[in-house]
Design a protein. Structure first.
Ligand SMILES: [Fe+2]
Length: 206
């Protein structure tokens, strides 16, 4: 089916409503069988769609693939592509990349987060935490593809509703960088000292 999009002059463009939520995130797997087992059996997320093609529709690149979708309770999905002959991904240049880059799945209470830890560990999955971040409460683990996952629950409604303080923190961050450039101070040191002063949880891992 072809959809004809309305032609709009750029000067008439109006930003649509904020996106409603997460449709899907997509990652590469080299083992769909292990991925299906992990997401369906361990996380309880049903395999709700599979799409195969011999080329990538958006670019036309001739890469054959199997594309799988696993659904969460709210309808959002985590998706994977397995493509034959795809070489291993490049190695991260710093271990922090694999910590910072993760997917957080929402649970309804700290007790449920704790129950996930018990369940995952009983199935041989290494679990880090729980970690009490004061605004959220989380455990961390990896899927068979090396993707870091988090199961978390909010401890405060402010966790995603603190726009004023977030803007202030952003302004401070930019000011520290600007000052470092203007004074010739070492940027990394200046930012590290700033984060040390601002840290809300000096003894806990991220
Ligand atoms: Fe997180």
């Amino acid at each position: 089916m072809t959809t004809t999009l309305p032609q709009t002059d750029a000067s008439d463009a109006i930003r649509p409503a904020v996106p409603a939520g997460l449709s899907h995130v997509a990652y590469v797997t080299h083992d769909t069988a292990a991925t299906v087992d992990f997401y369906r059996r361990l996380l309880g997320m049903e395999l709700v769609n599979a799409v195969l093609d011999d080329k990538i529709p958006s670019t036309g690149d001739p890469v054959p693939y199997f594309h799988s979708f696993f659904r969460m309770a709210d309808g959002s999905t985590i998706a994977f592509f397995e493509a034959p002959d795809l070489p291993p991904a490049a190695v991260d240049t710093h271990p922090a990349y694999n910590v910072f880059r993760h997917i957080a799945l929402q649970a309804d209470s700290p007790a449920t987060v704790d129950a996930w830890k018990v369940w995952l560990e009983s199935n041989g999955v290494d679990v880090l935490g729980p970690v009490d971040h004061k605004i959220i409460y989380s455990v961390y683990f990896h899927d068979p593809n090396g993707i870091r996952l988090e199961i978390t629950t909010p401890l405060s409604p402010a966790w995603n509703d603190s726009a004023a303080s977030a803007q202030a923190a952003f302004d401070d961050w930019q000011a520290i960088k600007r000052t470092a450039v203007e004074t010739g101070a070492d940027m990394v040191t200046a930012l590290a000292e700033h984060t040390r002063r601002q840290s809300h949880q000096r003894t806990e891992p991220s």
